[in-house]
Write a protein that binds this ligand. Sequence first.
Ligand code: DP6
Length: 359
Amino acid sequence: MTEDQFLPTETYSSQLEGSVSVQSPSNIALVKYWGKYGDQLPKNASISFTLSNCRTKTTLKYKPKSSENAVFEVYLDKTLAPDFKPKIEQFFARIERYIPLVKEYDFIIETTNSFPHSSGIASSASGMSALAMCMMELEQKLLSKPISNEDALQKASFLARLGSGSAARSIEGPLVVWGEHSKIEGSSNLVGTQYPYEVHPFFQDYQDTILLVETGEKQVSSTVGHNLMHDHPFSEQRFQQANDNLSKLISILKEGTIEAFINIVESEALSLHAMMMTSNPYFILMKPNTLEIINRIWKYRRETGSNVCFTLDAGANVHVLYPKKEKDTVLAFIKEELAIFCMDGSFIEDQTGMGATLL
Ligand code: DP6
């Protein structure tokens, strides 16, 4: 796969005015992406569960540009959100070579999230994948010969990656790999691809209850964190560790060996945060309640033999992962013992899902 294959196949034959709406979910990485190079290319391969309830709905209103330079406005929850503009401007600049309509149309982007913005739940993953899907949908309307559905999904993931790396993994589901990996056929640094091998029924309909420890703005953005991996003393070992963990997951996912799954998933979460603590400048995104929750999950697992485990994104919130058959008992445990460590007792019940959809 090369970048050139995503260049436009023809000049647009028509000019349209209208709107397109998409909803796209967040995802939770089991093996984490932390460190990038070039044009949003990952330093190691990662794999995630695509989520279902944590999602962004985006409506893209488009009309042919009315002046020399195309313009756009962004609304979050019906309120003008100028803070989002720089990130989207950068996204447009990165994708215009591949989808020139961004220079030819004026846009109004209306977006809403089903979860708190910038809470460490990857709102950039759902937001950028939703916008990329909208753009792709519009391009398909403008082409006299639209590309196949499969190619359109691949290009949407390619575009989404240029907005936010992890967004490449939100177009499809339920398990998506991003980043070239020698043992995973079809894996690529350019796009997210569906995990191609057998997955034990144990991992189907996996549950993710997200405990909202902190819902404000993060102190350090993911982009800054990724950049700190450039001169990081442990970066090479970390990239190797992630790729090795993904190799190990192949047989774990096939055989349903849950203890080994838990070991890798929790180790990945703590390794990610260890990278933050050992970069320079160093920083800590976990909060005391994050650690309290982790310790209680370990205790609960020891005492009950449950298969519940945790993972973390670049934030203080805790993703509690468990098989569907434990839903009632784990939710009762969360309500009784963990919710007190969440902001206003709040958590989001989610599970694996199938990716972005047109509305
Ligand atoms: C910790 O995809 O948000 O969630 O490419 O700079 O937008 P950018 O970073 P982003 O990084 C997310 C990293 C992570 C781990 C993961 O999802 O793999």
